[in-house]
Design a binder for this molecule. Structure first.
Ligand code: GRF
Length: 197
């Protein structure tokens, strides 16, 4: 049984979808939900689901990313995860952190990578007049929002869409895609999952 730690920064809706999927014959189980924000509402949801939680507030570290990560890693290693899932985790990781978990660390990003790495992905897709948008699950490497593709889900951009309506449509697909990718990945199959639009 693979042990999965999930890192969040906010509401953790992707974390909830992942946790709810790890049941029955699923080859993985959640062992920790950790956040860089002690007030992340996702921590309460994880606690309610009976999952161990940890929080290391990144702000006191005042930009010393390595020191913050050292504190966070202590909690992560204590849970002895086989796989790390970044799920709405909004801190840029140092190459040192990535090197420690590379090859067993996944992230979900709300665009059809390689399009629109970084922030404001939905507005950028709208501004570009893209007919489609979506989300991508990838292995995390030292390059932000890059790395081997593990899954992609496409949604149509509809007339009158705002970044909010598009984000909501993509988020629903995130909650389908990430669990499907994790189940396959934890089972040892790292081939990509594709959901069309
Ligand atoms: C989602 O759009 C996800 O793609 C991005 O963070 C947003 C919030 O995720 N990484 P969650 O609701 O906290 O899981």
């Amino acid at each position: 049984m693979k042990r999965v730690a999930i890192l969040i920064s906010g509401g953790g809706s992707n974390m909830v979808a992942l946790v709810n999927s790890m049941t029955g014959d699923h080859p993985a189980r959640p062992v920790l939900v950790a956040s860089n924000d002690p007030r992340a509402s996702g921590l309460e949801k994880a606690c309610a689901a009976g999952i161990a939680t940890a929080a290391v507030d990144h702000r006191p570290f005042q930009g010393d990313r390595a020191a913050f990560e050292t504190a966070l890693i202590a909690h992560i290693e204590a849970a002895e995860p086989d796989i790390l899932c970044l799920a709405g985790f909004m801190r840029v990781l140092t190459p040192g952190f990535v090197a420690r978990f590379q090859g067993r660390m996944l992230n979900i990003h709300p665009s059809l990578l390689p399009k629109y790495p970084g922030l404001h992905t939905h507005q950028r897709a709208l501004d570009a007049g893209d007919p489609e948008a979506g989300c991508t699950v990838h292995e995390v490497t030292a390059v932000l929002d890059d790395g081997p593709l593990l899954g992609q889900a496409r949604v149509p951009v509809l007339a009158g869409d705002t970044s909010e309506t598009l984000a909501a449509r993509v988020l629903r697909e995130e909650h389908r895609l990430y669990p499907a990718v994790l189940r396959r990945y934890a089972g040892g199959d790292h081939s990509p999952v594709f959901f069309g639009s």
